[in-house]
Design a binder for this molecule. Structure first.
Ligand SMILES: Nc1ncnc2c1ncn2[C@@H]1O[C@H](COP(=O)(O)OP(=O)(O)O)[C@@H](O)[C@H]1O
Ligand SMILES: [Mg+2]
Length: 366
């Protein structure tokens, strides 16, 4: 399979991805691209669907709909939703870390990094006991694996602890060890699920340094789920924002930071405060829209929740589909509803359903 030069600029292309769990739409019609050699951040409130996106990319879930294309540097392309799980790291060269640390805590740091290279070593052994002891290819692969493990222990600033059990490390060091372990598999795409969660500022700085080192000195592209906005703003090249499984913003860190829908959704301000925050952002378009006055049919509710509620079929994008902006529902939907209200003529308003509106396409604001 070959890819054209233009698609090869993007290591990952997610197109119309949906993942449903019964009546819950964890991801709805999500499309985005991650450029090769960059750090792409996926952010959004708890329950927005970020980990579910990772689970679809890495084969833990088979998506309900959509396509996930991984374009390798050699020009080959893989449709990840069609690859068997075990082939995603081996053939597509995608590695991941988990939201909850998953190390072999009783094994030493070095052993953790050698286990990650198990496939390579087994291949070199010819999958035989004799091979383990006799083949020079195995001895060579074994020496290379140890060198690679040492290299990543140094990069992660953990070489002094190489022979300690992984479980004895402080939390931030365990996070770096997980990344080192993933890097020992030689990934082209590294997916990190909230690597800065629970880190103190010093540990967070060490993590940033490691990620920037990977970006600058290996060919590996990074897809990063992160809550810590200081990490996102400092190291990301591109940010995609999810709310209730939908993309609400996509662009540079600076453009996303000042997007009113992101502020409303991600910071999760109370509904009453949405207007205040928008004004504080100082976006003239938004202020102008607000000046037209609130639309009674789409006014904000009274509650505010960051957890995904029952995101049922009431939120959608397709032409003519109705959206219910209920209490505690999408903050970004409320911002959109206000924006939609502005250009409407009085006669059109009168015909609008009391609790619904036709959503405008997303992504207009970058
Ligand atoms: N295996 C599953 N079965 C049912 N619901 C799930 C499953 N995985 C995730 N969800 C739901 O999908 C939504 C998104 O979850 P998740 O992707 O973990 O969000 P995030 O990582 O953004 O916090 C949540 O409402 C969550 O409860
Ligand atoms: Mg998550």
């Amino acid at each position: 399979m070959s890819a054209s030069p233009s698609t090869n600029d993007f290591i990952l292309q997610v197109e119309h991805l949906s993942m449903k769990f019964g009546g819950l739409i964890a991801i709805g019609d999500l499309s985005f691209q991650a450029r090769r050699g960059e750090i792409t951040a996926l952010i959004g409130p708890n329950g927005a669907g970020k980990t579910t996106v990772f689970n679809c990319i890495t084969g833990f879930y088979k998506p309900s709909e959509g396509m996930i294309t991984l374009n390798r540097i050699d020009g080959s392309s893989y449709l990840l939703e069609r690859l068997p799980n075990h082939e995603i790291p081996a053939r597509a060269k995608v590695a991941r870390t988990f939201q909850n640390i998953r190390l072999f805590s009783g094994m030493t740091l070095l052993e953790n990094l050698l286990v990650a290279q198990h496939n390579k070593l087994m291949k070199a052994s010819g999958y035989t006991m004799l091979g383990l002891f006799g083949f020079s290819s195995y001895r060579k692969a074994s020496a290379e694996s140890i060198d690679l493990a040492k290299h990543w222990l140094e990069k992660a600033n953990l070489v002094d602890r190489a022979d300690d059990p992984a479980g004895d490390l402080p939390y931030g060091a365990q996070r770096r060890l997980e990344i080192a372990r993933a890097m020992c598999t030689g990934p082209e795409l590294l997916c990190l699920d909230e690597p800065a969660a629970g880190l103190n500022p010093k540990e967070s700085a060490a993590l940033n340094a490691l990620l920037m080192d990977i970006k600058n000195n290996t060919g590996t592209s990074i897809l990063l789920i992160e809550h810590d906005m200081s990490v996102v703003m400092q190291i990301s090249d591109h940010v995609v924002v999810l709310e209730y499984g939908r993309k609400i913003s996509d662009g540079s860190p600076q453009s996303v930071r000042t997007d009113p829908r992101v502020i409303a959704a991600y910071l999760g301000v109370d509904d009453e405060e949405v207007e205040t925050v928008l004004i504080e952002v100082g976006d003239e378009d938004v202020i102008e829209q607000l000046d037209t006055g609130p639309d009674a049919a789409h006014g904000p509710g009274t509650s505010s929740s960051f957890l995904a509620g029952p995101v049922t079929d009431t939120i959608g994008h397709s032409e003519g589909e109705r959206v219910t902006v209920s209490k505690g529902a999408s903050k970004a939907e409320q911002v959109d509803a206000k924006a939609n209200a502005a250009p409407r003529k009085p006669a059109e308003r009168a015909t609008a359903k009391p609790t619904g509106s036709t959503p405008k396409p997303r992504g207009g604001r970058k």
